[in-house]
Design a protein around this ligand. Structure first.
Ligand SMILES: NC(=O)c1ccc[n+]([C@@H]2O[C@H](COP(=O)([O-])OP(=O)(O)OC[C@H]3O[C@@H](n4cnc5c(N)ncnc54)[C@H](O)[C@@H]3O)[C@@H](O)[C@H]2O)c1
Length: 319
């Protein structure tokens, strides 16, 4: 199979117009693609439009687009209509394996075999959902980080039947359109970023559940501390710099044992109803009467400012 040049992609089908599908649509529209969204739900039309409109200001602030008014996709209640003429498909339907398998069979049937079909799925693996496709070699995961309209990271993972050409194509395509793709060499649950997030979140829950700190102080311990460094450099490079002249080797040999002792003391509180109540009460204190809408807006505008700052840094950084 010969895939079209990534530079020749003009039309993108987004299958599933929920939180993630609408956010992908906003990004593709901002990058000048013609976008067709399929969603069977009657409310999807209005919701997709309002999600795109809400995503647009932060994309302007982040320099992703300079078009002042949001562009809009065509909205379809039939999958074939949305996939007709698609040069690339980004699937973002509900997280349900039977439904994904059915969807991939239908998308596979609606597009020629040289069109790459990517799934946003966070917890299902391509080997599981590509099985219903007649051309499974072009099915892969392109897993975004919420919101895909803004966050550059896209994790690219192939399944057992995915061709390396399709994975290479996706790496090239997402690089071309301004994303930061990473290659997941072996399918594992949570891929890369969500595995690291899960390791941190397990401890964030346990610190509250075991009475070490409040929800707000746990959150502050990231945003006012390591979170600032992590926006600039990843955990490996941070510890390389922490090793001084001797670099990462010095750090690992001298401070590695302290890290290993900490690993042994990490907790794992179960998410019992009592602990859930404590976490929810803590987040309400932290929100301090601000709405989730305000907090989402604040997150996106801050992320946009950080992204602008990162572009100005000349030292090595993840992108
Ligand atoms: N929410 C996140 O933070 C996040 C992050 C990364 C990836 N994802 C992944 O993105 C995907 C979508 O998640 P979401 O949070 O947008 O969910 P969502 O529930 O907001 O959206 C799902 C959409 O799919 C539509 N739908 C229902 N049946 C469908 C069908 N047969 N065909 C097409 N669309 C159908 C629904 O109407 C809804 O609009 C999931 O696979 C999820 O794992 C989610």
């Amino acid at each position: 199979v010969t895939y079209i040049e990534p530079t020749e992609v003009k039309q993108i089908a987004v299958v599933g117009g929920g939180l993630i599908g609408a956010s992908w649509a906003a990004y593709f529209l901002a990058k000048g693609f013609s976008v067709a969204v399929f969603d069977p739900s009657a409310e999807a039309r209005g919701r997709v439009r309002s999600l795109i409109a809400a995503a647009w200001p932060a994309m302007i602030a982040a320099g992703i687009t300079s078009v002042p008014d949001p562009r809009m996709p065509s909205l379809h209640d039939d999958l074939n209509g949305a996939c007709a003429n698609a040069d690339f498909v980004q699937e973002s339907g509900p997280e349900d394996i039977d439904l994904k398998r059915e969807l991939f069979a239908r998308i596979d049937g609606a597009t020629p075999g040289h069109v790459v079909i990517a799934s946003s799925s966070s917890s299902l693996l391509p080997s599981d959902y590509q099985v219903t496709a007649v051309y499974p070699e072009r099915v892969l995961a392109a897993h975004p980080f919420n919101p895909p309209s803004l966050i550059p990271l896209v994790e690219i993972a192939g399944g057992g039947q995915t061709s390396s050409d399709a994975v290479d194509w996706a790496m090239d395509f997402f690089t071309l359109i301004g994303k930061v793709p990473v290659r997941v060499r072996r399918e594992v649950p949570g891929y890369i970023a969500n595995r690291m997030s899960a390791a941190l979140f397990r401890e964030a829950v346990d610190l509250v559940a075991s009475g070490v700190a409040s929800v707000a102080d746990v959150d502050k311990s990231i945003t006012a501390g390591p979170g600032l460094r992590w926006a600039a450099m990843g955990p490996h490079m941070i510890y390389h710099l922490a090793g001084g002249q001797g670099g990462y080797r010095q750090y690992l040999e001298h401070l590695g044992p302290a890290q290993q002792r900490r690993w042994q003391s990490l907790g794992e509180s179960p998410l019992t109803p009592d602990i859930i109540d404590i976490l929810v009460a803590g987040i309400e204190d932290e929100l301090d009467r601000h709405s989730v809408h305000d907090a989402t807006h604040a997150r996106d505008m801050l992320v946009a400012r950080i992204m602008n700052a990162i572009v100005d840094v000349s030292a090595p950084h993840p992108s």
